[in-house]
Design a protein around this ligand. Structure first.
Ligand code: FAD
Length: 497
């Protein structure tokens, strides 16, 4: 195996950094994870959720779900880790559990449905278990309270040849000590705010960035089921939906907890301003039939304030230009390389998958230049289709949100009208009326195959077209039921009219 005795420094012990340590940590290698934040407290999931001061992950206490692709990777490669996750309360929600009521009675399981099971828990619980697992690996050291503040390189090298990082450690007495940590390979897993591209550019590296607005802000609140209560049955109105001016979702979690996220489009300025107020958040939830069974007083109590988060974007960094790597012995994983709108729930699955793609390259290739080229190509092949699909979806969601706010209703062009009708009158009812269509779309959603692939398959496309051509009355049962108030009704209710 290539690089089996390498000294690897991973900057960031978040999800992708832990994923890289999982994938690379084996005897002979020295893996050091450096993180600025303190470790999680020793206790169980509730204590970790309450007390972990993990400021480097701003989204730590926002709703997280973990896609089937991640579940499949973990159960294939680390079955004992999946046992640990279960023991900590992380749940597995199957394809069957998530069926809309319109398909429940006709459901006949197939073996491939097994690949569509997701994991759900609070993000802190998931990260705590993976971290403890990684920590038990003798090849891995996790150093906390260490801020990486630069990189070292061979002077004058082009492409920049990275040789390590510079760090500042703060002692218990609050004294800052500067140091250098040498490495054969530096992995940047420092998340969406990574400064490595800037440091590398300052040394002459060409790293280009694609970026676009996600168009929404996130508001999350956590709840716990009251004593003796269980989660509500999935009803006729789904627990997640899109009203144009507001998206909502319930995230079942571990140990009797769940969270609700409301996502508000950026242009809805006055709705956004109100949303961090707990009483407004609750009032809005109580207007949404898919959420009422969860958040009513008898079922649950809120256990947190409302956490808000803006500045959400899509970003893809290009570390290779015209076949030339920007740097050698340096690799970004997870959010430090690419991220998309959190609505699609991909980041953690992508981060762990991405770090395994990197490990596949480092395990098989020794030439530094070839490593970077292969890694960039593999990222583009495996992850880029999901990035592109997310950016496209955001663009149309932004257009819809703007249209919903227009004082004079906008007349859509023919192409836009057709696309709208294809989504609303064909894809939506087909996914609620045809198991094969739902399975295929779920495979794209869960990153088991590129999202566009389903639409190239005749066995998927034909039923969708059948639904498109079907009379409205006949397909009426398969439309999504009314998910909540119209925009003007909500605004009246909140005094925003
Ligand atoms: C609101 C929101 C909701 C989300 N919901 C979901 C979801 O439902 N499902 C999902 O899969 N994903 C979700 N995501 C995405 C997911 O949270 C990220 O993709 C994931 O955390 C990326 O992991 P990472 O390890 O790359 O970065 P992070 O998890 O951000 O970890 C970065 C780590 O690097 C450390 N670090 C940073 N700089 C330094 C430095 N200079 N020195 C030392 N340490 C440093 C930080 O302390 C941190 O520990 C969501 C994101 C947001 C914003």
């Amino acid at each position: 195996m290539a690089g089996s005795d390498e000294n690897i420094v991973i900057v960031g012990a978040g999800i992708a950094g832990l994923g890289a340590a999982l994938a690379l940590g084996r005897p002979g290698r020295r893996i050091t994870l450096l993180d600025q934040d303190p470790p999680p407290p020793e206790g169980e999931a509730d204590e970790v959720f309450r007390d972990w001061n993990h400021r480097g992950v701003a989204q730590l206490r926002h709703s997280h779900a973990f896609l089937a692709r991640l579940h499949n990777l973990l159960r294939t490669r680390y079955p004992a880790l999946v046992e640990d996750l279960r023991a900590a309360g992380v749940r597995e929600i199957t394809f069957r559990d998530g069926l809309p009521h319109t398909l429940r009675d006709s459901y006949v399981p197939t073996p491939e449905d097994d690949d569509l099971t997701i994991l759900t828990s609070r993000r802190t619980t998931m990260e705590m278990v993976i971290r403890r697992w990684v920590q038990a690996n003798a090849a891995v050291t996790i150093e906390t309270g260490v801020k990486v503040e630069g990189l070292t390189h061979i002077e004058g090298s082009s492409p920049v040849q990275v040789t390590g990082v510079t760090v500042v450690r703060t002692t218990a007495e609050g004294v800052a000590q500067r140091d250098t940590v040498a490495a054969d390979v530096v992995i940047d897993a420092s998340g969406r705010r990574s400064i490595f591209p800037r440091w590398l550019r300052e040394l002459g590296a060409e790293i280009t960035e694609e970026s676009s607005d996600a168009g929404i802000l996130y508001y999350t609140r956590h709840y716990r089921l009251n004593a003796g209560q269980i989660e509500p049955e999935r009803g006729v109105v789904p627990g997640a939906g899109d009203l144009g001016y507001l998206k909502y979702g319930v995230f079942p979690a571990d140990n009797g907890c769940f969270s609700i996220t409301l996502a508000v489009p950026t242009p809805e300025a006055d709705l956004r301003r109100l949303m961090t107020r707990a009483e407004v958040f609750q009032q809005v939830c109580m207007t949404l039939p898919g959420l009422v069974p969860w958040v009513n007083e008898e079922r649950s109590e809120a256990t947190s304030d409302v956490f808000g988060m803006g500045g959400l974007r899509n970003r893809y960094n290009h570390f290779v230009k015209d076949g030339v790597p920007a740097a050698l012995n340096f690799f970004a994983v997870g959010d430090a390389f690419l991220f998309t709108n959190p609505l699609y729930g991909r980041g953690c699955s992508q981060g762990i998958l991405h770090s395994h793609l990197l490990a596949d390259v480092l395990d098989t290739v020794t030439d530094p230049r070839e490593r970077m080229l292969q890694y960039a190509a593999l990222t583009a092949k495996e992850l880029r289709p999901f990035y592109d699909s997310g950016v496209q979806q955001d663009k149309s969601a932004i257009r819809r949100a703007e249209a919903a706010m227009a004082v004079v209703p906008r007349r859509l062009r023919l192409k836009a009208r057709l696309m709208k009708s294809f989504t609303e009158d064909a894809i939506v009812p087909a996914s609620r009326g045809d198991l094969g269509v739902l399975r295929a779309l779920s495979r794209g959603f869960h990153m088991l195959e590129p999202p566009a692939l389903a639409f190239r398959r005749l066995d998927v496309l034909l039923p969708i077209l059948r639904f498109w051509l079907m009379g409205k009355a006949r397909k009426a049962p398969f439309y999504t039921p009314r998910m909540g108030p119209e925009r003007h009704e909500m605004r009246n209710l909140l005094g925003l009219a």
